[in-house]
Ligand binder design. Structure first.
Ligand code: MLT
Ligand code: ZN
Length: 451
């Protein structure tokens, strides 16, 4: 063990500095199995003071750091590029009592989304963000990537839930803004600067989040529509006709087929249809009548099945939520997460098969996502050695439609090369200057977001 590892052991204890390859392994590969890199060691501090001491020790040794939460990221931003100290925040699991007056809570970066939901719900409150990886994804990572998920259509992304953070800067300084003031115009908003910064500016150790009312009545419709244009027509009707609209999710026949085979799920409809939507309305009372009225008035609707009991709701959501698992079970996909203005969505979906086939003829694109934000998850199976070409072709297509190359997963290592497709040279220059001011030696998540 060399000097730095010895120093880290003094800070966090023997059991929490992992040097052996077999102990490091589970931290070194992301769960899609697409990104992997060797860490110099894995360090697991217990609290903010230990994180600060670890970061200071690394800064003194000139050792780069990669920060990891639940390791559920999809752009390689939480696994090593090679040789970094891997700073795992999985032990920062303290949660403070829910403050029902402010409807806020403070949680350690390593608290999973599911734990936070379970903590809030007995108070009649809930977390505004929800996503399929809830049991493993941690709030630190959710803030660092500004995660979105299935409720953005109602409550916005992670940054909209955020009222403050505590973070450790690259030199070990702790900045803390956890008072939870919802109005506070006293200069630069450091909290929002760190949201979506992907661990490149500071290590987020605690977050303060606003909570939303827990809505016990959920009505879910799995709807077959006549195409993506039809899905948008239904979205328009749902936005106007369902005050409780809390999800609008899109998937296509290829995804449905994969999910059904993987989960042994029955065909929800008698015949295949061009596109499918999961619509959810949540409130204090059952909204089945409202949902049926909206569906009945929309010409694009070909068929629908509606549920408002707990089992039925879970059964319908499974067709959408098991997409990621089903795709991963079928291979290691190229995962792209993009958004375009809603008007351009039909053009994007129509152009994708040929765009992918032109560079990877045997590849299978599986497309699904969050319709409300024009956010598509383009997962490409069987791309072979054409992953880079597929990424390039799809991201250029998205840029040509005035879209974003990363809608909700971040840029990470996966898309750093293509940042210029979504951000101007002037914007990237500002980002570099902010990075240089906060992390002059470039020790935090090198290779992530900015190359
Ligand atoms: C989802 O919406 O299911 C997630 O963003 C995960 C994914 O893209 O695979
Ligand atoms: Zn998503």
């Amino acid at each position: 063990m060399n000097e730095l590892e010895k120093h880290l052991t003094e800070i966090v204890g023997d059991a929490h500095v992992l040097v052996d390859a077999d102990l490091r392994a589970q931290y070194e590969t992301d769960w899609t199995r697409r990104f992997t890199g060797e860490a110099r060691c894995v360090v697991r501090p217990a609290d903010t003071a230990q994180v600060a001491a670890v970061v200071r020790a690394c800064a003194e040794a000139g050792a780069p750091i990669v920060v990891q939460g639940g390791n559920t990221g999809l752009v390689g931003g939480g696994v090593p590029g090679g040789g970094e100290v891997l700073l795992s925040l999985s032990r920062l699991t303290a949660i403070e009592d829910v403050d029902p007056l402010e409807a806020q809570v403070t949680a350690g970066a390593g608290v999973t989304l599911e734990k936070l939901q379970q903590h809030a719900r007995p108070h009649g409150l809930d977390v505004g963000v929800d996503l399929a990886a809830r049991s493993a994804a941690t709030v630190g990572g959710l803030v660092a990537t500004n995660a979105g998920g299935i409720r953005v259509v109602r409550y916005g992304s992670m940054r909209e839930q955020l009222t403050g953070v505590e973070a450790v800067l690259a030199d070990g300084t702790v900045v803390s803004r956890l008072s939870g003031l919802t109005k506070d115009n006293t200069g630069y908003d450091l909290t929002q600067l760190l949201a979506g910064s992907e661990g490149t500016l500071a290590v987020i150790t605690r977050v303060r989040l606003r909570l939303v009312p827990l809505l016990p009545a959920r009505t879910v419709a799995l709807v077959a529509v006549d195409g993506v244009e039809g899905a948008l027509a239904l979205l328009t009707a749902a936005r106007a006709g369902l005050p409780g609209l809390s999800a609008a999710e899109l998937f296509l026949p290829a995804g449905l087929e994969l999910v059904r085979a993987y989960g042994r799920l029955p065909d929800p409809f008698d015949a295949p249809h061009p596109a499918y939507l999961v619509l959810e309305s949540a409130g204090r009372a059952d909204a089945t009548d409202e949902v049926l009225e909206v569906l009945g008035e929309c010409e694009a609707v070909l068929d629908a099945t509606v549920a408002s009991d707990v089992t039925g709701v879970a059964r319908l959501w499974a067709y959408r939520e098991t997409h990621t698992e089903a795709i991963s079970a079928a291979g290691v996909p190229v995962k792209l997460d993009v958004s375009v203005p809603l008007r351009e969505l039909p053009a994007l979906v129509a152009a994708l098969p040929d765009t992918v086939a032109a560079v990877a003829p045997a590849a299978r694109p599986i497309v699904f996502g969050h319709l409300g934000e024009g956010n598509l998850h383009v997962n490409v199976l069987d791309a072979g050695d054409a992953a880079e070409q597929v990424t390039d072709a799809v991201l250029r297509l998205v840029a040509s439609l005035r879209g974003s190359i990363s809608s909700e997963h971040g840029v990470g290592r996966a898309k750093a090369e293509w940042l210029g497709l979504s951000r101007s040279a002037a914007e990237i220059d500002v980002m570099r200057r902010v990075k240089a001011a906060l992390d002059p030696a470039g020790l935090l998540n090198p290779g992530v977001l900015l190359r």
